[in-house]
Design a protein around this ligand. Structure first.
Ligand code: ZN
Length: 383
């Protein structure tokens, strides 16, 4: 079973510059190979294969102009071409066309396919040497598949992909189903009545605004501006990591305890597009939808569902997406559908039978039932 471990690296100044050289070299061969492949195809209809591109790197190193590529580990360069090739395969399967890598992208990385060693809180990277690191636990054992070294906001990390030799995760034995409603006022409500409050980021977001303000006050080209910029980037990264961590934990909690997890098929992207409407037909409730969109982006429901699906299936469970229509207006007890059932954001009172519930919990129960009865399931995956 593949397992990823992320650790913080503390390279010396000298090591930083070797990593920087390798990042430049890897990006260079990536872009050059991509350009060649594009050119050969559009101009002559020739497809240049991965191995031909990898062989070309050797020739490039022998040329005076590109001899600087020798500063990089040769496998890092080969891997860069492999990754470009993978981006191409992804494109053939319907993904976007591979993009050129920009020098100005906030996160830069290189990948080692082999020959990386780990020893008491140190990691050996070819060409760079032994680098100090934090976060390496003793249970990090197994065969190293790849190590991705990244630099973002002047922080260095290594993402280590390991094969731990264990074949499966403990199977979740529960056959109980749960529905999860992702709402606006709450992060998530489930059909068991569980309500999970959003991650409180007020302090972090205030700090982010402060950092942005500080940056805007520094004069262009100054050293202090560079410092302020790096502080702002660090804060952005911190918030993104807190969100990711939160969603990982939340999805794991459901995956470990529930055999069947049902969510709405939100088609989040389409919702985002339709909010503004067209010129002739301005969207209804634009303001309300924009608020909802902001909230969706903030909580990253897309990522949450992805993590959830992956974790549920890895434990032998079933993950079901159902049609979201009227889930919030339907009474879970008698089935009566009415807009008036929902009094306020959080209160549900059925006009027909008088059933009262938290609105999001009522919706979560409808979602669960649609998943179990299957009639409304629009998409499902199972192990
Ligand atoms: Zn009712």
């Amino acid at each position: 079973m593949l397992k990823a471990v992320k650790v913080r690296l503390y390279p010396s100044n000298e090591q930083c510059s070797i990593i920087a050289d390798q990042i430049d070299a890897a990006r260079y061969v990536y872009n050059r190979s991509l350009a060649l492949r594009k050119f050969a195809y559009t101009k002559f209809g020739i497809k240049v294969g991965k191995f031909d591109l990898q062989k070309r790197v050797v020739t490039l190193k022998d040329r005076e102009k590109t001899a600087w590529l020798k500063k990089a580990d040769s496998q890092v360069l080969q891997q860069s071409i492999s990754n470009m090739d993978k981006a191409y395969q992804h494109f053939f399967k319907g993904g976007g066309y591979p993009k050129f890598k920009s020098k100005h992208h906030s996160c830069q990385s290189i990948q080692y396919p082999q020959r990386v060693k780990i020893e008491n809180s140190k990691i050996y990277l070819p060409k760079v040497g032994w680098v100090k690191c934090k976060g390496l636990r003793e249970d990090v054992v197994g065969k190293i598949k790849t190590v991705t070294v990244s630099r973002e906001a002047n922080l260095y990390h290594a993402a280590i992909l390991l094969d731990d030799g264990v074949n499966t995760l403990p199977v979740c034995t529960s056959t109980e189903a749960i529905g999860i409603d992702v709402g606006v006022s709450l992060v998530a409500a489930d059909s068991n009545g569980g309500q999970i409050k959003p991650l409180d980021l007020v302090r972090e977001l205030t700090k982010l605004r402060l950092r942005a303000q500080q940056l805007s006050r520094k004069s262009k080209g100054s050293k202090n501006r560079a410092k302020a910029k790096s502080r702002l980037a660090k804060q952005n990264l911190r918030i993104a990591n807190m969100r990711k961590d939160f969603l990982h934990k939340l999805s794991l909690q459901y995956a470990e305890n529930q055999g069947i997890v049902v969510v709405e098929d939100l088609k989040i992207k389409n919702m985002t597009k339709s909010a503004k409407g067209t010129e002739e037909k301005p969207g209804k409730n634009v303001k309300q939808k924009q608020g909802l969109n902001r909230s969706i982006t903030q909580q990253s429901w897309g990522l949450f569902f992805e993590l959830l699906e992956y974790k549920v299936i890895a434990r032998g469970g079933r993950f079901i997406k159902v049609d979201p229509q009227h889930t919030s207006q339907t009474c879970n007890v008698c089935g009566h559908v009415s807009k008036e059932n929902r009094l306020k954001q959080e209160k549900f009172v059925c006009k027909a039978c008088g059933h009262k519930d938290n609105a999001d919990v009522n919706a979560a129960k409808n979602i669960r039932d649609r998943g179990i009865h299957g009639s409304n399931a629009s998409h499902q995956t199972a192990a």
